[in-house]
Design a binder for this molecule. Structure first.
Ligand SMILES: [Zn+2]
Ligand SMILES: [Zn+2]
Length: 281
Protein backbone atom coordinates (compact mmCIF):
# COMPACT_ATOMS: atom_id res chain seq x y z
CA UNK A 1 0.00 0.00 0.00
CA UNK A 2 1.25 3.51 -0.80
CA UNK A 3 0.90 6.23 1.85
CA UNK A 4 -0.87 6.13 5.21
CA UNK A 5 -4.25 4.38 5.51
CA UNK A 6 -7.53 6.18 6.20
CA UNK A 7 -7.49 4.77 9.76
CA UNK A 8 -3.99 6.16 10.36
CA UNK A 9 -5.02 9.59 9.08
CA UNK A 10 -8.18 9.57 11.25
CA UNK A 11 -6.15 8.56 14.32
CA UNK A 12 -3.54 11.24 13.63
CA UNK A 13 -6.28 13.87 13.23
CA UNK A 14 -8.00 12.79 16.47
CA UNK A 15 -4.67 12.82 18.34
CA UNK A 16 -3.90 16.29 16.90
CA UNK A 17 -7.23 17.67 18.10
CA UNK A 18 -6.82 16.15 21.57
CA UNK A 19 -3.24 17.43 21.88
CA UNK A 20 -4.25 20.92 20.71
CA UNK A 21 -7.07 20.94 23.28
CA UNK A 22 -5.01 19.70 26.24
CA UNK A 23 -1.84 21.65 25.49
CA UNK A 24 -3.91 24.77 24.84
CA UNK A 25 -5.66 24.34 28.19
CA UNK A 26 -2.23 23.88 29.80
CA UNK A 27 -1.55 27.45 28.75
CA UNK A 28 -4.96 28.98 29.52
CA UNK A 29 -6.10 27.08 32.63
CA UNK A 30 -2.57 26.39 33.91
CA UNK A 31 -0.10 29.15 33.04
CA UNK A 32 -2.65 31.95 32.78
CA UNK A 33 -5.59 31.53 35.15
CA UNK A 34 -3.93 29.35 37.81
CA UNK A 35 -0.25 30.35 37.93
CA UNK A 36 -0.37 34.01 36.82
CA UNK A 37 -3.65 35.21 38.30
CA UNK A 38 -4.34 32.62 41.01
CA UNK A 39 -8.00 32.56 39.93
CA UNK A 40 -8.65 29.27 41.76
CA UNK A 41 -6.90 26.84 44.08
CA UNK A 42 -5.70 23.29 43.49
CA UNK A 43 -3.39 20.73 45.03
CA UNK A 44 0.11 20.18 43.74
CA UNK A 45 -0.73 17.24 41.42
CA UNK A 46 -3.33 19.25 39.46
CA UNK A 47 -1.02 22.28 39.33
CA UNK A 48 1.81 20.16 37.96
CA UNK A 49 -0.47 18.44 35.45
CA UNK A 50 -1.53 21.73 33.81
CA UNK A 51 1.94 23.23 34.14
CA UNK A 52 3.58 20.33 32.29
CA UNK A 53 1.01 20.54 29.49
CA UNK A 54 1.69 24.27 29.16
CA UNK A 55 5.45 23.65 29.21
CA UNK A 56 5.15 21.53 26.07
CA UNK A 57 4.80 24.72 24.01
CA UNK A 58 4.84 27.87 26.18
CA UNK A 59 8.37 27.88 27.61
CA UNK A 60 9.35 28.28 31.25
CA UNK A 61 6.30 28.94 33.45
CA UNK A 62 8.23 31.44 35.59
CA UNK A 63 9.23 33.41 32.48
CA UNK A 64 5.69 33.28 31.05
CA UNK A 65 4.08 34.36 34.32
CA UNK A 66 6.62 37.17 34.88
CA UNK A 67 6.12 38.50 31.37
CA UNK A 68 2.33 38.30 31.58
CA UNK A 69 2.18 40.06 34.94
CA UNK A 70 4.32 42.82 33.42
CA UNK A 71 1.82 43.04 30.54
CA UNK A 72 -1.02 43.61 33.00
CA UNK A 73 0.77 46.38 34.90
CA UNK A 74 2.01 48.15 31.74
CA UNK A 75 -0.82 47.32 29.27
CA UNK A 76 -0.42 49.17 25.98
CA UNK A 77 2.03 51.62 27.53
CA UNK A 78 5.66 52.05 26.43
CA UNK A 79 6.85 49.28 28.78
CA UNK A 80 4.27 46.66 27.69
CA UNK A 81 6.40 43.83 26.23
CA UNK A 82 3.95 43.09 23.40
CA UNK A 83 1.53 45.92 22.74
CA UNK A 84 0.25 46.23 19.13
CA UNK A 85 0.43 50.03 19.56
CA UNK A 86 3.84 49.42 17.89
CA UNK A 87 2.12 47.56 15.04
CA UNK A 88 -0.08 44.47 14.79
CA UNK A 89 2.78 42.11 13.91
CA UNK A 90 5.01 43.47 16.64
CA UNK A 91 2.25 42.70 19.18
CA UNK A 92 1.69 39.26 17.64
CA UNK A 93 5.18 37.77 17.39
CA UNK A 94 7.67 40.45 16.32
CA UNK A 95 8.35 41.42 19.94
CA UNK A 96 9.87 37.97 20.58
CA UNK A 97 12.65 38.57 18.06
CA UNK A 98 12.71 42.37 18.44
CA UNK A 99 11.37 43.06 14.95
CA UNK A 100 8.49 45.48 14.25
CA UNK A 101 8.47 45.13 10.44
CA UNK A 102 5.39 43.05 9.44
CA UNK A 103 7.18 40.77 6.93
CA UNK A 104 9.88 39.19 9.13
CA UNK A 105 7.51 39.22 12.14
CA UNK A 106 4.82 37.33 10.14
CA UNK A 107 7.41 34.92 8.73
CA UNK A 108 8.56 34.19 12.28
CA UNK A 109 4.93 33.75 13.42
CA UNK A 110 4.25 31.20 10.68
CA UNK A 111 7.53 29.35 11.16
CA UNK A 112 5.78 26.99 13.59
CA UNK A 113 8.81 26.08 15.68
CA UNK A 114 10.05 29.69 15.85
CA UNK A 115 9.11 30.11 19.50
CA UNK A 116 11.17 27.05 20.43
CA UNK A 117 14.18 28.47 18.57
CA UNK A 118 13.71 31.77 20.44
CA UNK A 119 13.58 29.93 23.78
CA UNK A 120 16.81 28.10 22.93
CA UNK A 121 18.47 31.39 21.98
CA UNK A 122 17.34 33.05 25.25
CA UNK A 123 18.69 30.10 27.25
CA UNK A 124 22.05 30.22 25.47
CA UNK A 125 22.29 33.95 26.19
CA UNK A 126 21.38 33.23 29.80
CA UNK A 127 24.17 30.65 30.06
CA UNK A 128 26.55 33.28 28.68
CA UNK A 129 25.41 35.65 31.45
CA UNK A 130 23.63 38.01 29.05
CA UNK A 131 20.00 37.27 30.03
CA UNK A 132 19.67 37.41 33.83
CA UNK A 133 16.39 35.83 35.05
CA UNK A 134 14.78 39.10 36.20
CA UNK A 135 11.35 37.51 35.72
CA UNK A 136 11.90 35.44 38.85
CA UNK A 137 11.52 38.62 40.91
CA UNK A 138 7.98 39.08 39.53
CA UNK A 139 6.81 35.59 40.51
CA UNK A 140 8.35 34.95 43.91
CA UNK A 141 5.07 33.24 44.91
CA UNK A 142 5.88 30.39 42.48
CA UNK A 143 9.55 30.06 43.40
CA UNK A 144 8.78 27.69 46.29
CA UNK A 145 7.50 25.08 43.81
CA UNK A 146 10.40 22.82 42.75
CA UNK A 147 8.80 22.06 39.37
CA UNK A 148 8.62 25.78 38.48
CA UNK A 149 12.30 26.19 39.37
CA UNK A 150 13.29 23.03 37.47
CA UNK A 151 11.45 24.12 34.31
CA UNK A 152 13.23 27.49 34.51
CA UNK A 153 16.72 25.95 34.40
CA UNK A 154 18.39 26.88 31.08
CA UNK A 155 18.04 24.24 28.32
CA UNK A 156 15.31 22.27 30.13
CA UNK A 157 12.60 23.70 27.84
CA UNK A 158 14.65 23.05 24.66
CA UNK A 159 15.26 19.49 25.93
CA UNK A 160 11.51 18.98 26.41
CA UNK A 161 10.92 20.20 22.86
CA UNK A 162 13.71 17.98 21.48
CA UNK A 163 12.02 15.03 23.19
CA UNK A 164 8.76 15.89 21.39
CA UNK A 165 10.52 16.01 18.02
CA UNK A 166 12.31 12.72 18.73
CA UNK A 167 9.05 11.03 19.77
CA UNK A 168 7.23 12.36 16.68
CA UNK A 169 10.04 11.13 14.43
CA UNK A 170 10.15 7.74 16.13
CA UNK A 171 6.37 7.32 15.77
CA UNK A 172 5.88 8.53 12.21
CA UNK A 173 9.11 9.93 10.72
CA UNK A 174 8.73 13.11 8.65
CA UNK A 175 4.93 12.92 8.87
CA UNK A 176 5.20 12.88 12.66
CA UNK A 177 7.40 15.99 12.67
CA UNK A 178 4.95 17.71 10.29
CA UNK A 179 2.12 16.78 12.70
CA UNK A 180 4.05 18.33 15.60
CA UNK A 181 4.98 21.40 13.54
CA UNK A 182 1.33 22.13 12.65
CA UNK A 183 0.38 21.66 16.31
CA UNK A 184 2.95 24.22 17.47
CA UNK A 185 2.00 26.55 14.62
CA UNK A 186 -1.61 26.68 15.78
CA UNK A 187 -0.86 26.74 19.52
CA UNK A 188 1.64 29.61 19.29
CA UNK A 189 -0.43 31.76 16.95
CA UNK A 190 -3.66 31.38 18.91
CA UNK A 191 -1.82 32.23 22.13
CA UNK A 192 -0.04 35.25 20.55
CA UNK A 193 -3.35 36.30 19.00
CA UNK A 194 -4.62 37.23 22.45
CA UNK A 195 -1.89 39.90 22.52
CA UNK A 196 -2.44 41.11 18.94
CA UNK A 197 -6.08 40.47 17.93
CA UNK A 198 -7.47 41.19 21.42
CA UNK A 199 -5.54 44.45 21.78
CA UNK A 200 -6.31 45.69 18.24
CA UNK A 201 -8.79 48.61 18.26
CA UNK A 202 -10.97 47.46 15.34
CA UNK A 203 -11.65 43.90 16.48
CA UNK A 204 -14.49 42.99 18.85
CA UNK A 205 -15.96 45.21 21.55
CA UNK A 206 -14.90 46.82 24.83
CA UNK A 207 -17.84 46.54 27.23
CA UNK A 208 -15.73 47.46 30.28
CA UNK A 209 -13.77 50.65 30.89
CA UNK A 210 -10.04 49.97 30.94
CA UNK A 211 -7.01 52.17 30.48
CA UNK A 212 -5.74 49.88 27.71
CA UNK A 213 -6.86 48.72 24.25
CA UNK A 214 -8.06 45.25 25.35
CA UNK A 215 -11.09 43.87 23.48
CA UNK A 216 -13.61 41.05 23.75
CA UNK A 217 -13.45 39.16 20.42
CA UNK A 218 -16.17 36.49 20.54
CA UNK A 219 -15.13 34.48 17.46
CA UNK A 220 -11.51 34.24 18.60
CA UNK A 221 -12.66 32.81 21.95
CA UNK A 222 -13.41 29.49 20.18
CA UNK A 223 -9.72 29.19 19.23
CA UNK A 224 -8.34 30.38 22.58
CA UNK A 225 -10.45 28.44 25.10
CA UNK A 226 -12.22 31.65 26.13
CA UNK A 227 -9.14 33.87 26.52
CA UNK A 228 -10.36 36.25 23.81
CA UNK A 229 -12.82 37.83 26.26
CA UNK A 230 -9.80 39.95 27.01
CA UNK A 231 -11.43 43.29 27.83
CA UNK A 232 -13.26 41.72 30.77
CA UNK A 233 -10.03 39.96 31.70
CA UNK A 234 -8.12 43.25 31.92
CA UNK A 235 -10.95 44.71 34.00
CA UNK A 236 -10.84 41.77 36.46
CA UNK A 237 -7.58 39.85 35.86
CA UNK A 238 -8.25 37.50 38.76
CA UNK A 239 -11.60 36.28 37.46
CA UNK A 240 -11.59 32.53 36.75
CA UNK A 241 -14.29 33.18 34.15
CA UNK A 242 -13.40 35.42 31.20
CA UNK A 243 -16.65 35.34 29.17
CA UNK A 244 -18.41 37.37 31.85
CA UNK A 245 -21.32 38.35 29.62
CA UNK A 246 -21.64 34.85 28.17
CA UNK A 247 -19.95 33.22 25.18
CA UNK A 248 -17.50 30.37 24.63
CA UNK A 249 -15.09 29.95 27.57
CA UNK A 250 -13.85 26.36 27.65
CA UNK A 251 -11.20 27.16 30.27
CA UNK A 252 -13.91 28.29 32.68
CA UNK A 253 -15.93 25.14 31.97
CA UNK A 254 -12.87 23.03 32.79
CA UNK A 255 -12.29 24.97 36.04
CA UNK A 256 -15.97 24.49 36.96
CA UNK A 257 -15.72 20.77 36.23
CA UNK A 258 -12.56 20.47 38.35
CA UNK A 259 -14.35 22.25 41.21
CA UNK A 260 -17.39 19.94 40.84
CA UNK A 261 -15.26 16.79 41.18
CA UNK A 262 -13.07 18.16 43.98
CA UNK A 263 -9.88 18.78 41.99
CA UNK A 264 -10.08 22.58 42.41
CA UNK A 265 -11.77 25.05 44.75
CA UNK A 266 -12.59 28.72 45.34
CA UNK A 267 -12.79 30.02 41.75
CA UNK A 268 -12.79 33.81 42.06
CA UNK A 269 -15.43 35.89 40.25
CA UNK A 270 -16.10 39.66 40.31
CA UNK A 271 -18.84 40.48 42.81
CA UNK A 272 -21.34 41.52 40.14
CA UNK A 273 -21.00 38.16 38.40
CA UNK A 274 -21.37 35.85 41.38
CA UNK A 275 -24.53 33.77 41.83
CA UNK A 276 -27.26 35.84 43.46
CA UNK A 277 -25.63 39.19 42.58
CA UNK A 278 -27.90 42.03 41.44
CA UNK A 279 -28.26 42.33 37.67
CA UNK A 280 -26.21 45.57 37.48
CA UNK A 281 -22.59 45.97 38.53
ZN1 LIG B 1 -3.78 41.83 27.39
ZN1 LIG C 1 -3.91 37.81 32.26
Amino acid sequence: MIGPSVTTIALAAAAWWLAALLLGLGNTVGYHRLLTHRSFHTGRAVRWFWTLLGAMHSGSPLFWVGLHRLHHTKSDGPDDPHSPTRGFWWGHAGWIIGVAHPVPAALFAFSGFGQQAAILWMDLKRLAGRNPPVWRGICTDLMEDPLMRALDVPLVMPALFAAQVAAAWWLAGGWGVLWLWSLHLVLTNTSWGVNSVCHWPTFGVAPFENRDQSRDVWWFAYLTNGEAYHNGHHRWPRSAKHALHGGSDLSWQVIRLMCAVGLARDPWLPKAFRAGAPAKE
